[in-house]
Ligand binder design. Structure first.
Ligand SMILES: *[C@@H]1O[C@H](CO)[C@@H](O)[C@H](O)[C@H]1NC(C)=O
Ligand SMILES: *[C@@H]1O[C@H](CO)[C@@H](O)[C@H](O)[C@H]1NC(C)=O
Length: 313
């Protein structure tokens, strides 16, 4: 074979391979036209990425969508964009810093003043390797925001969720939850080991809570499920330049776009077929297995009690 022909086949091979990798990366789409008119929704961290994509989608379906995020300016900007893209005016912003129990309590109070119902709570906000190490309350920040912040928020909103049953709590976890177990004595010191470790543990904590919360909500028709959105092109790696470069530049074509990454949580939020499904974990729009670490009921129970104490409930 001449050099030219060989090159041609190599390029053709690369194109075909990329096509299939891209197709695989995209994942499943939620295709039903389900409407959620008059349903009240909260999405944390909805100023960017899959949170924003989810907010736009649910607003289009007629939901009354509250977005919650830390930065006032970024929140207001996102609000405008979500309204524009969804064509809905029924979108609202309340400031929320998940790294501050005071801010979480304030958020809950403001929300209670505005609404008597809450049908869908999407615990979507997540941080990875942020520059600061501690939350305002002195918790290690990844566990503090990804897990403890959402833990407190969920509990403060439970009365409204129960009041609006059938209602749904959805936790955005990650396949990373399979990487490590949670150990009692080092739970709050995870960041000393590595950023990835802290992230993985915070995501395992998200999954583990289902068993405990599901038990508590057994009689209320409030479902709790968690999910892995897939590897998505987002800003979550923004404070870690090396990861940012590797993930967002080199692997860009093989990452899900935020709209693709939002599909699993959209399905969990609206699909009528999932009305009675609770305590489960989803990937790629389908139910999937959790790691064996997540099935450790002793640790799950311990973690629940510990978290309850830490956030002073
Ligand atoms: C979702 O997160 C909240 C707060 O961390 C927790 O109470 C709940 O049990 C979690 N549910 C799942 C399915 O992970
Ligand atoms: C969920 O459970 C209720 C009460 O048992 C039942 O009426 C309803 O049909 C179920 N929904 C689905 C989608 O299975």
């Amino acid at each position: 074979m001449t050099f030219c022909v060989c090159l041609k086949y190599t390029l053709l091979g690369i194109v075909i391979l990329s096509y299939f990798l891209r197709k695989y990366a995209k994942g499943q789409k939620y295709t039903k036209k389900t409407l959620i008119e008059n349903k009240v929704v909260i999405i944390t961290g909805a100023n960017t990425g899959i949170g924003k994509a989810t907010a736009i989608d649910l607003a289009k379906r007629g939901g009354k969508v509250y977005i919650a995020c830390r930065d006032e300016k970024r929140g207001e900007d996102a609000l405008k964009e979500i309204k524009r893209e969804s064509g809905s005016d029924n979108v609202h912003f309340i400031q929320l810093d998940l790294g501050s129990t005071e801010s979480i309590r304030e958020f809950s109070q403001k929300f209670h003043e505005k609404e008597e119902k809450l049908h869908i709570l999407i615990n979507n906000a997540g941080i990875f390797a942020p520059p600061q190490k501690k939350t305002k309350d002195g918790f290690e920040i990844t566990i503090g925001v990804n897990h403890l912040g959402h833990f407190l928020l969920t509990h403060l909103l439970l009365d409204l969720l129960k009041n609006s049953a059938p209602s749904r709590i959805i936790n955005v976890s990650s396949g990373a939850h399979k990487m490590v177990p949670i150990e009692k004595d080092d739970f709050m010191q995870t960041a000393r080991q590595s950023n990835m470790n802290a992230y993985a543990k915070s995501k395992l904590a998200n999954v583990m809570f289902s068993q405990e919360l599901v038990k508590k909500l057994k009689h209320f028709s409030v479902s709790v499920n968690s999910l892995h959105p897939g590897v998505v092109h987002t800003e979550i790696t923004r404070s870690w330049p090396l990861w940012d470069f590797i993930l967002n530049i080199i692997f860009r074509p093989f990452l899900r776009t935020p709209v693709e990454g939002a599909q699993t949580q959209i399905r969990l939020a609206v699909d009528p077929a999932l009305e009675n499904v609770t305590g489960k974990y989803f990937e790629n729009c389908k139910q999937a297995k959790v790691s064996k670490f997540a099935l450790d009921h002793d640790i799950a129970e311990w973690l629940y009690k510990k978290s309850y104490e830490l956030v002073k409930l």
